[in-house]
Design a protein around this ligand. Structure first.
Ligand code: NAP
Length: 253
């Protein structure tokens, strides 16, 4: 248990699967009251129920992060249940694999709407509580692909580069209010998203193949990201803000 995280209200988006799920579990283990927010209401409830069964405090919330009204509605339910938000870890996102010349405007807009505008919605809807309290922790989940570039992912990479820029600018704006804002750009984490891409032959090799090329010789686990999040939302990380906090097994340095 982290005494600083105890009883703090934490919203984790995209928390029914992969990285978000591991973060929700970890913050609950550290004593936070966790809102498991996801597009899929049933999956969010299943994840929240599992956290409760493991002794944590959790509630499920359904929202499409690209839709501001649904985010506001979900946050209102969380506030009514647990109180003002103190921590936000924003992991909801979608992948994009398309040859640049074939990307339609609709496809481009959807990837940006979920990954970048969704980050804007989820952060903006949370900050008022944190400003009022004079304390807050925001962690966005970007992507190492925005550090290195990645072919056939221009829409995805552009959206995640936007998340890095948003994070840096917001950190400077909110620093005087006692709120830190950092981003984790994961690099090759073994999640349902990664396995779906592997099955569709979009990774340019298997997960095992990429793991063998990674300096630490394994794929990342969602728990690796959760551990970094646990630090970034802690009291002792109060002097860490505006940072791009890489968790990638040495794939990007
Ligand atoms: P994941 O297993 O697919 O989990 C993503 C979760 O976000 C899913 O539960 C998904 O719900 C939810 N979601 C998608 N669109 C949403 C929306 N509009 N509103 C609310 N929730 C939504 O993927 P992951 O690998 O854990 O990825 C988590 C984050 O890390 C993403 O932002 C991803 O871009 C980023 N990332 C991952 C890696 C990696 O190696 N895995 C690398 C770099 C960055 P549904 O399943 O119902 O769609």
């Amino acid at each position: 248990m982290d005494p600083a995280t105890q009883h703090k209200v934490a919203v984790v988006t995209g928390a029914a699967s992969g990285i978000g799920l591991a973060v929700a579990r970890r913050l609950a283990r550290d004593g936070a009251h966790v809102a498991v927010l996801d597009l899929n209401a049933d999956a969010a409830e299943t994840a929240a129920a599992k956290i409760r069964a493991d002794g944590g405090t959790a509630t499920a919330a359904q929202a499409d992060v690209s839709d501001r009204e649904s985010v506001d509605r979900a946050y209102a339910e969380v506030r009514a249940r647990f109180g003002p938000l103190a921590i936000l870890v924003h992991s909801a996102g979608i992948e994009g694999f398309d040859r640049f010349s074939t990307i339609t405007t609709e496809r481009w807009n959807r990837v940006v709407a979920v990954n970048l505008t969704g980050t804007f919605h989820c952060c903006q809807a949370a900050v008022e509580d944190m400003i009022e309290a004079g304390w807050g922790r925001i962690v966005t989940i970007s992507s190492s692909s925005a550090q290195s570039g990645q072919p056939f992912m221009t829409h995805y990479v552009a959206s995640k580069a936007g998340v890095i820029g948003l994070t840096k600018a917001l950190a400077l704006e909110l620093g005087p209010s006692g709120i830190t804002v950092n981003t984790i750009p994961p690099g090759f984490i073994d999640t349902p998203m990664t396995r779906r891409s592997e099955e569709r032959g979009l990774l340019g090799g298997s997960v095992d193949h990429h793991a063998s090329l990674t300096p630490v010789r394994r794929a990342g686990l969602p728990e690796d990201i959760a551990a970094a999040c646990a630090f970034l939302v802690s009291e002792e990380a109060g002097y860490v803000t505006g940072q791009v906090f890489g968790v990638n097994g040495g794939r990007n340095t």
